[in-house]
Ligand binder design. Structure first.
Ligand SMILES: C[S@@+](CC[C@H](N)C(=O)[O-])C[C@H]1O[C@@H](n2cnc3c(N)ncnc32)[C@H](O)[C@@H]1O
Length: 437
């Protein structure tokens, strides 16, 4: 399953070899618009139809694939017809949102997202695997709409990774409330020859020659080559986050902001031919016209949960450059983000009791921020080991918050005798659970 990445762009062409029955087949216009990357208004204009059609024939789709402005979203041009003719598989048992607290589920996000109930998630906050950067625990192949079968983040080309990310965004849309937000944290990848390791520390050690095993770059569990791409030269930046943002807009999301996360405290890279990276990106997308957004909510937050850091930010206004620390990595996850990042996004785009989703929850940082802010949360991850860490962190936070509430009630005389007895004799689990955040 783990194989090297060789970014050799495949060469495929659109065929027009369809019989009359197939050309007459009708497909839902919403799905067609998503794979064509065109708004419904533009489709009507291009087809010269007065009313906005609710279905398109396969012949009309073929016509639209020839329009100058066509650009792929999550299925390459040569495979759009097959994708639409295939139809979508029926989804399995629904995933019910928790009435309270956090629900964590092991599995592949591509498989689990379509099982979410429609219109319930007000805020998606996530950091997906980045392209060709890390080996994660328990990673496994995912079957994608473009026909590629690979773990997410292990695509052969950056275009494959962009398509898969955009496919996930397409699948997420029905689960969002009409005024919901998506915050997608992603970093760019340089098209370089490199081993793929489990953490940033390991990668950096190798780059400066402190690789304990002294292995060559191709001798590791996996490596990434740079030759064969359609246009990217060796060492060039792939511009992945910007291209995801553009395609998300073609899917019908509104691109609200393209935020630069300036990471405080990163180790400079040894590359001599370019500046060192200090930025990651957060793409803020909304579903509808009137998305919920409370700009002032940020000002009330403690700094640890993403409130203003007055060394870098003015309390008066939040901008599209966020100065936040990188995570310490103390939870055994190679790619954890700091609590401040989900804290800030969740506070800006949801209210108490709302449902937050992180389809790549890892060590549970988003779930922790949701608990701290009184939101409900669903988290998925393919690794049961990471989810065990997430569960431990969430339980510790919930217990600490329950103790704080009880203390406040005892202090104000509101606690009943049973509550007071419980407060004076904490359970073994409570005693053992050490807060980690
Ligand atoms: C960048 S990390 C997320 C880290 C998280 N934000 C945290 O603070 O711990 C990406 C996560 O995606 C998970 N992952 C990779 N492929 C997946 C898939 N197909 N479905 C669900 N999770 C997946 C990895 O196990 C990893 O934990």
């Amino acid at each position: 399953m783990i194989r090297d990445i060789k970014p050799k762009s495949p060469i495929s062409r659109l065929t027009r070899d369809y019989d009359a029955d197939q050309l007459d087949r009708k497909v839902d216009v919403e799905l067609a618009a998503a794979v064509l990357g065109m708004s419904r208004a533009f489709i009507s204009r291009a087809l010269k139809t007065r009313a906005r059609p609710s279905v398109l024939t396969i012949e009309q789709v073929l016509d639209l694939l020839d329009v100058d402005n066509f650009q792929e979203t999550f299925v390459p041009r040569s495979k759009v017809m097959d994708f639409l003719l295939r139809g979508s598989a029926s989804s399995r048992e629904a995933i019910t949102a928790p009435c309270d607290g956090v629900h964590l589920q092991v599995g592949d996000a591509r498989d689990l997202i379509p099982r979410l109930s429609p219109g319930e998630v007000r805020c998606v906050m996530t950091s997906s695997p980045y392209w060709g950067m890390r080996l994660y625990e328990n990673q496994r192949d995912v079957h994608w709409a473009d026909g590629e079968k690979c773990p997410y983040g292990f695509e052969q080309t950056p275009e494959g990774f962009i398509r898969h990310t955009v496919e996930l965004l397409h699948l997420l849309k029905p689960a969002l409330t009409g005024d919901g937000s998506v915050w997608w944290n992603v970093m760019d990848t340089f098209n370089t020859r490199t081993p793929i390791r489990g953490s940033a520390r390991e990668r950096l050690d190798a780059m400066v020659g402190r690789d304990a095993a002294k292995k060559g770059w191709t001798e590791h569990a996996a490596c990434r080559h740079s030759a064969g791409h359609m246009y990217l030269a060796d060492g060039e930046q792939s511009a992945i986050p910007m291209r995801i943002a553009e395609r998300a807009s073609r899917l019908g999301y509104r691109l609200r902001s393209f935020i630069t996360w300036r990471k405080n405290g990163v180790t400079p890279e040894p590359a001599r031919s370019r500046v060192s990276r200090q930025a990651e990106y957060v793409i803020h997308l909304t579903h509808g016209e009137n998305a919920y957004f409370d700009k002032t909510a940020w000002q009330e937050l403690p700094q640890q949960l993403g409130g203003p850091d007055e060394r870098f930010e003015s309390r008066e206004r939040i901008t599209d450059v966020w100065s936040l620390p990188s995570a310490g990595g103390q939870n055994g996850h190679g790619a954890e983000f700091p609590l401040a990042l989900p804290g800030r996004c969740i506070a800006l785009s949801s209210t108490v009791g709302d449902l937050v989703l992180d389809p790549f929850v890892g060590s549970g940082t988003t779930a922790l921020a949701a608990v701290e802010l009184g939101r409900r949360c669903i988290g998925f991850d393919i690794s049961d080991e990471y989810l065990a860490v997430a569960k431990g962190r969430v339980t510790a936070a919930e217990e600490r918050l329950a103790r704080d509430l009880l203390d406040a009630n005892v202090a104000s005389g509101k606690a009943g005798p049973a509550q007071r007895r419980r407060r004076s004799r904490p359970s073994n689990e409570q005693l053992e659970a050490a807060p980690t955040a």
